[in-house]
Design a protein around this ligand. Structure first.
Ligand SMILES: [Zn+2]
Length: 732
């Protein structure tokens, strides 16, 4: 059986989760789901790197042991992965690795021993004892890397500690070294012989140039007196393994290297080599150090090392806490559907390059691509099936004798035109996805959305429905749209696991006899046009991606202090920058006792009447009415049964609305410039039922629907219900 192993970096446990972590996890998760769809046994690893002086120091300040400090940070990572449904319970990662696990100590010791016995390609010892020299801060009791000290102001002076602002001492201590300098040629040969080993190509060029420039030996231990929180060097307990040798090795110890129990539970033999997803900032460690360690120890090289870019703010600046332009994961999870965030991350960033992340752009994409795009295609198709086909998937076949009739309406009688288009798009989507060109893959999928949307509109189903002779034509159009939705569910499942399963259920495929499983288990390559069974009873039609009210949501996002008061969010934990080999004092312990919040997720705001419209007494309401005045208005829940344009009246739509009476009402609404008729089919609206009937353009209007009036142009936005309500229910 084929296997596939994918990893995110293990995150350094002195930094709380942020957008960078979330993004790498989404990428790895989407790739893992895509592989699982193909029936490939997949293992998806993420986790934390928990050793080193920074954790030690943070623990000391918080009055914890280093392990307790790591546990504390890990709890935030696990909360994040659960909230964004990336954990095992939601079909996400298979294992959350922690380098403080005893089996990791065993495995990394085994790798060290193998490397320590090995000779370099030039015949020398791969690991040797020497002296590490560096800038040391006595009050910190730690060596400082370049971004942890301020450069000296005068030539020949000493740098100063960023924390203590005191000069650093140049000292040296005994240390083990890895003879990296002997591996340059072997590494270059590896890159040369394995195209795609480092991806994308531009990053491969960078790494190659770096190695060509010559490599220095790498200090891989510290005296235990300097750093005690870590893996002891085998047979030399005075030394602790240092940073990368320990951290990188997690990728093999997690699955069983050097530990029989893990080997039985997962299987190094079974799953290695891995595909490593990394941020471009840590590419060098993964593409240079890690392969060299593995060469020394005689372990097979990874499948590939794939580097992604960084998220910048909407203006293209680096995100930083100082600039105050970071993305708050709490804001994301509170205001946006998870699938919209996943979609945005994969659609917006051209993989490998830097991307820009802004809440406004996220709202725009959600509204245009998901609410108006995929969501609308789905609800429109399903609503028409329930309306025109008794809620069953109709036949896609147009019989010989009806072909001519169908042709007259402009509907393509040759089904293979549309099926051919979709098959081609599927093949392209797969190619892009396999090459991690997620943005292109999604662009391709949305050409299908647009194409089928147009096919449906062009066919004018509401007119076909009036003609008994065009029943087959209408059925064929509906079948094609529904079958396309089925394909899109399978293609898009790795990107939007929740929404696609929801469409799948609404299509009636979740529990139907003879159903082909769920999108999670269907290989896109094996999709065949026409496998959507005629007669399948569709499920309840529900909106997938409610439109996000941009002004309202942005106002909420920009007023965090108000919300803090409202729901007790005062105790925010600050998020700190990454990353090992130069981490500043942690702020993770700034609020050491902040509770981990458990909260219910409010649904994203629906487009609805603005607050000024809804709340009496709000600005704009000039006088008060008595409750008896209000009860004079008979407001009812109605369902739109039909909607059509009126000739020569470009503002009016003619609706028939069921408000629970014997006969549906005919209502004229001045919304034609803002709503397509078929958008309204099946929609639950609020109707003023006791408005005196009046005639407009020769049609009697027997009531009025409620809509918010938005902006200077007074754009109507129809008031609607998110829950299921019976027709005729009274609003009071
Ligand atoms: Zn210091």
């Amino acid at each position: 059986m084929k296997t596939f192993y994918v990893t995110t970096p293990i995150y350094y446990a002195n930094s709380l989760p942020h957008l960078g972590h979330l993004y790498t996890m989404i990428v790895a998760d989407a790739v893992a789901r895509h592989k699982r769809q193909q029936g490939i046994e997949t293992f998806f690893l993420t986790g934390t790197d928990e050793h080193g002086i920074n954790i030690e120091r943070a623990a000391e300040r918080a009055g914890r042991t280093p392990k307790e400090q790591a546990d504390y940070v890990v709890s935030y990572f696990k909360k994040m992965t659960a909230e964004f449904r990336l954990d095992t319970d939601h079909g996400g990662y298979d294992m959350f690795m922690r380098t403080s696990e005893p089996f990791h100590y065993e495995g990394v010791s085994e790798l060290w021993r193998r490397a320590a016995r090995a000779k370099t390609p030039k015949g020398k010892d791969a690991i040797y004892k020497g002296h590490y020299e560096g800038w040391f801060c006595a009050p910190c009791a730690a060596y400082k890397t370049e971004d942890e000290y301020a450069k000296p102001t005068e030539a020949g002076g000493s740098p100063t500690c960023l924390i203590h602002e005191t000069p650093l001492d140049r000292i040296s201590e005994e240390s083990y070294f890895f003879r990296l300098s002997d591996y340059a040629e072997a590494l270059l040969a590896l890159y040369e012989s394995r195209p795609g080993f480092v991806q994308p190509e531009s990053r491969n060029n960078e790494v190659t140039a770096f190695v060509r420039g010559g490599l220095q030996d790498l200090s891989v231990s510290r005296l235990k007196t300097s750093v005690s929180w870590g893996v002891p060097v085998p047979d030399d307990p005075d030394h602790t393994m240092y940073v990368w040798f320990d951290a990188l090795t997690n990728y093999i110890t997690a699955i069983g290297f050097g530990n029989e129990e893990r080997e039985r539970a997962v299987g190094f033999e079974k799953f290695w080599p891995a595909l490593h997803f990394v941020g471009k900032d840590i590419l060098r460690f993964h593409a240079v150090y890690w392969p060299a360690f593995l060469m020394a120890a005689g372990v097979e090289q990874p499948r590939a090392i794939v580097a992604h870019g960084m998220w910048l703010d909407p203006n293209g600046r680096k995100m930083s806490k100082t600039l105050g332009n970071t993305v708050d994961l709490d804001v994301l999870s509170r205001h946006f559907p998870i699938d919209a965030i996943r979609y945005f991350c994969l659609r917006e960033m051209v993989f490998g390059q830097d991307g820009r992340f802004g809440y406004e752009a996220l709202i725009d994409r959600t509204n245009s691509d998901l609410a108006s795009g995929l969501g609308n295609l789905s609800s429109r198709t399903l609503t028409m099936i329930s309306r025109y086909a008794d809620g069953r998937i109709p036949s896609g076949v147009i019989s010989e004798d009806k072909l001519l009739l169908a042709k007259r309406t402009g509907v393509d009688t040759d089904e293979t035109t549309i099926s051919g288009f979709i098959e081609h798009a599927r093949d392209q989507f797969r190619q892009h996805f396999e090459a991690f060109a997620f943005s292109k893959a999604l662009e391709t999928a949305w050409t299908v959305v647009a194409r089928v949307d147009k096919m449906t509109s062009d066919a004018r189903p509401w007119e076909l429905a009036k003609d008994e002779n065009q029943k087959q034509t209408l059925s064929a159009v509906l079948y094609r749209a529904a079958e396309t939705l089925r394909w899109l569910c399978v293609l898009l499942y790795p990107v939007m696991p929740t929404a696609t399963l929801e469409i799948w259920t609404q299509l009636g495929l979740a529990n139907s006899p003879g159903s082909t499983g769920t999108p999670a288990g269907i290989d896109p390559a094996k999709l065949k046009w026409g496998e959507l069974a005629e007669g399948t009873v569709i499920g309840e039609v529900k909106p997938l991606f409610p439109r996000i009210d941009k002004a309202k949501t942005m106002a909420e996002i920009n007023e965090p202090e108000q919300e803090a008061g409202a729901d007790g969010r005062g105790d925010r934990v600050s998020v700190e920058r990454e990353h090992p080999l130069g981490v500043q004092a942690t702020e993770a312990n700034a609020v050491p006792n902040a509770p981990i919040r458990k909260e219910t997720r409010p649904s994203p705001p629906m487009t609805s009447a603005t607050e000024a419209d809804a709340v009496p007494g709000a600005e704009g309401v000039t006088s008060f009415i008595d409750i008896t005045d209000f009860t004079k208005v008979d407001l009812r829940v109605g369902e739109v049964l039909t909607a059509e344009r009126i000739p020569k009246a470009d503002k009016l739509l003619l609706l028939t609305v069921d408000i629970g009476e014997e006969k549906p009402r005919q209502i004229l609404a001045g919304i034609a410039q803002y709503y397509e008729p078929e958008q309204l089919l099946g929609r639950k609206i609020a109707v003023v039922a006791n408005l005196k009937p009046r005639k407009l353009r020769g049609y009697e209007s027997q009531g009025m629907l409620l809509a918010a009036s938005v902006g200077d142009e007074g754009k109507p936005v129809i008031a609607t219900f998110t829950e299921d309500v019976p027709n005729g229910a009274r609003l009071k």
